[in-house]
Design a protein around this ligand. Structure first.
Ligand SMILES: [Zn+2]
Ligand SMILES: [Zn+2]
Length: 327
């Protein structure tokens, strides 16, 4: 198989031939047909996550078809289309796994970070963490659902049932969450980089009731705000935008430092929480609903060997929606 490999933190991925390896028990091999590019891939490449491992193949929004099945795999068959997300393995025995919080497992493996991911023509996954995708929807359109969609969904659930929802950073995740929130009957208030009128127009085209710069106050106080951008300065701004008892959800795996702010912004039972990883149940819940919601993902495709260009364009904000690599 071929893959785009990160050999050294902070450097370009390299187009590499990789020898096939035998599947272990419980594993499947998947011929990749599409792999989304996530902000977290930039954090992996930049070495911003703890205990980075190289060489590694990034990519954790994988859509493909199973071509080999290892011993002991149940419920999946050769030829089946599956999605492989960020959560690649959990230990099953730590207090978090046993307490229905596998997203916080003490000994997890994460696809594209601590086990090889989908910037490749094929990948090997622990079958228990792969989602059957059925046949509805194109491979490219489904790929961003595997992280932007799933983490967005988990963030939305944690945001609670409030009708007025702020989204800070309108990229791959927010463009999906906006559609889900609208389908649920909520009003979406989209915050972009100040002056980014094209992304504000994109947000309105997806049903946002209001769109403006992150330096602007929304026209009314929000019930909750989800921060997808990696900018810690947004936390006090979002606290200012939510009502008493409102909640601010930090959905990213990495963020710049949060500046100090007056306690009165947190007072009156406002909350700041983070969302870490996903549980398999999040994926099952979201992927079951996705066809009913009629989510339309806006994608920009790149050939697999142009992964460095896709990462650079994501970093620079040169496209709306999500980038997807196609082998
Ligand atoms: Zn565990
Ligand atoms: Zn991701």
């Amino acid at each position: 198989m071929k893959a785009m490999v990160l050999n050294k933190l902070g450097e370009r991925l390299e187009w590499t031939d990789i020898a096939d390896r035998q599947l272990g028990p419980g594993e499947i091999r998947v011929q990749v047909s599409a792999c989304g590019v996530c902000r977290t891939d930039l954090h992996v490449v930049d070495g911003e996550l703890p205990n980075p491992q190289v060489p590694i193949i990034p990519g954790h929004e994988i859509v493909g078809r199973i071509d080999v099945i290892g011993a002991g795999v149940e419920g999946l068959h050769v030829g089946e289309r599956v999605g492989i997300p960020w959560l690649g393995h959990t230990c099953g025995i730590c207090p978090y796994c046993r307490g229905n919080q596998e997203n916080l497992c003490d000994r997890p493996l994460f696809t594209g970070y601590t086990r090889d991911g989908g910037f490749a023509t094929a990948t090997i996954a622990d079958a228990r963490y792969a989602f059957p995708l059925g046949e509805a929807g194109s491979d490219v359109a489904l790929a961003p659902l595997l992280c932007a969609g799933l983490i967005g969904w988990r963030s939305l659930v944690i945001a609670g049932a409030g009708k007025k929802l702020g989204l800070y950073g309108f990229g791959a995740a927010a463009h999906i969450v906006a559609q889900v929130a609208k389908w649920q009957g909520r009003s979406v208030f989209a915050f972009t980089r100040p002056g980014d009128v094209s992304t504000q127009a994109f947000a309105r085209s997806l049903g946002a009731a209001w769109a403006g710069g992150s330096d602007e106050a929304p026209p009314e106080l929000l019930d909750a705000a989800i921060i997808f951008a990696v900018v810690g300065d947004l936390v006090p701004l979002a606290l200012k935008a939510v009502r008493k008892g409102g909640r601010v959800i930090c959905a990213g795996i990495h963020m710049s430092d949060i500046p100090s702010f007056p306690y009165r912004l947190l007072w009156e039972e406002r909350q700041i929480v983070s969302v870490a990883n996903l549980q398999r149940q999040d994926g099952l819940d979201f992927l079951r609903l996705a066809p009913d919601i009629g989510i339309v993902t806006h994608t920009t495709t790149y050939p697999l060997n142009q992964a460095n260009q896709a990462l650079a364009d994501l970093r620079a904000g040169r496209f709306e929606g999500a980038a997807v690599l196609v082998p």
